[in-house]
Design a protein around this ligand. Structure first.
Ligand code: PMP
Length: 453
């Protein structure tokens, strides 16, 4: 259907409510064009998905080659070179001992798979009383009922509470908001102590796992854990026989400068979930990766009672393999570190001019701006202002796509994520900053907020 027809026809699609959007025509590198030729900078890689940029020729060629041979082989009927090779590559990039890989088609599926494997493991080792998954508030782990039950995201989960099992929550380690020093290991210990209290309160024999995003995504806005946190929560989990699950759906795939966000610290999880940057927008793809001994116990106990039809889809796996090859060939993780550091400095440089920027957070090319009414008191902007949405729209009108916070999670703050593809150059950082500065100026004027000229 031609673009004009598309634009003028009532859509049969429905998603969440949102702003009317133009028809996407093509995309290349960090740029996207609508059907009228307007160019956008993909400053959030979609929803932190298109990590290696759009239309990468090597990935397209790998997909083409796979398509010409076959596009589907059901996992109970055949193994495929693509799925075997991607599983081996994924295991080599994960933590030592985490060498068993289970493919899925997205983040929610990866998280569901992780919590179901954890549960079957507990049963297999004779601990069937363990079923609770502790998670953090705020957090987001997916929209299926199981993943939603462990998400600290009330606005999305409340209507469905009667249909799912509410799970215990602890505070996300938002040191800045809580007035604690993120560089002080006592801060990490403080949040880990809350986890331990929660495990004791719930009864350690009932707690199956603790799930966290190593570097926070949309709910916490690129939250980097405070010093000592990752090691301290690992230690608490080990002490109480609780499985540690890393949700790397957003932080995995190289964007933080390491293939897994958690690899910026030393403490390994027992199970992890990846998606988004794993298929990098070329295909729906995700994986759950687990310690070998966990999978062995579950398999010895009769096998994993779980699996999706499209698991290990050869086209998706061929694309995923090519995505990783491109990340390595172009040293994109090195670029995420270097360009991320540059972009972060530039964003921090905006703070004197725009006092409503409360904090610049993040790691590599997963960065966020927190928007506040007062930087010292951290008082949030009035929720009815919908500042996250207004700033995102001002940027969109200037051809810059950024990602707004949609969560509330007990604190009515606003943030936007800035996470361009890992191929972004210093000159393109300049382009992003120019548009973002204009958007911030217009946003300040629209909302009556102070901005220094
Ligand atoms: N976990 C995290 C950390 C995420 O950011 C997301 C998606 N935003 C999900 C899980 C769910 O992924 P999906 O939307 O692909 O199901």
């Amino acid at each position: 259907m031609p673009s004009d027809t598309l634009r003028n026809t009532r859509s049969h699609l429905f998603y969440q409510t949102g702003h009317p959007r133009p028809v996407l025509d093509r995309a290349e590198g960090i740029y996207m064009w609508d059907s009228e030729g307007n160019r956008f900078i993909d400053g959030s890689s979609g929803a932190m998905v298109c990590n290696i940029g759009h239309s990468n020729p090597a990935v397209l060629a790998a997909m083409q080659a796979q398509m010409e041979r076959f596009t589907f082989g059901y996992r109970l009927h055949f193994v495929t070179e693509a799925s075997e090779a991607l599983a081996a590559k994924t295991a080599s990039l994960a933590w030592p001992g985490m060498d068993r890989v289970f493919f899925v088609s997205g983040g929610s599926e990866a998280v569901e798979s992780a919590i179901k494997l954890a549960r079957q493991y507990a049963i297999a080792i004779g601990q069937p009383s363990r079923w609770k998954i502790i998670s953090r508030s705020p957090s987001y782990h997916g929209c299926t009922l199981g993943a939603l039950a462990i998400s600290g995201y009330e606005a999305l989960s409340d209507p469905f509470l009667p249909m799912m099992q509410a799970m215990p929550k602890v505070s996300a380690p938002r040191a800045w908001l809580d007035g604690l020093d993120p560089a002080d290991p006592a801060t990490g210990a403080h949040y880990a102590a809350e986890l331990e209290r929660k495990i004791l309160e719930e009864g350690p024999d009932s707690v199956l796992g603790f799930i966290l995003e190593p570097v926070g995504g949309a709910s916490t806005g690129a939250l980097v854990p405070p010093a000592g946190y990752m090691e301290a929560v690992r230690e608490v989990c080990t002490r109480h026989g609780v499985l540690l699950i890393h949700d790397e759906v957003m932080s995995g795939g190289g964007r933080t400068g390491r293939f897994l966000g958690g690899q910026n610290w030393t403490a390994a999880p027992d199970i992890l979930a990846v998606s988004k940057g794993f298929g990098a927008g070329y295909v729906p793809l995700g994986a759950m990766v687990a310690q070998g001994h966990i999978v062995d116990a579950v398999m010895a106990g009769g096998g994993f009672l779980h699996g999706f039809t499209y698991a290990g889809n050869p086209l998706a796996c061929a694309a995923g393999l090519a995505v990783i090859a491109e990340i390595e060939r172009q040293d994109m993780m090195g670029n995420a570190q270097r360009t991320g550091a540059l972009l972060k400095r530039e964003l921090e440089g905006l703070m004197p001019r725009f006092p409503f920027i409360g904090e610049v957070r993040g790691m590599g090319l997963l960065l966020a701006l927190e928007l506040v009414a007062d930087r010292d008191s951290k008082e949030p902007l009035p929720p009815e202002l919908r500042a996250f949405d207004r700033l995102t729209e001002q940027a969109y009108q200037r051809g810059l796509i950024i990602y707004p916070r949609r969560s509330r999670g007990g604190y009515s703050g606003d943030h936007v994520l800035i996470a361009p593809p890992m191929i972004t150059t210093p000159a393109q950082v300049g382009e992003i900053m120019e548009r973002l500065t204009d958007a911030l100026t217009a946003f300040a004027a629209e909302c009556g907020l102070e901005a220094v000229a």
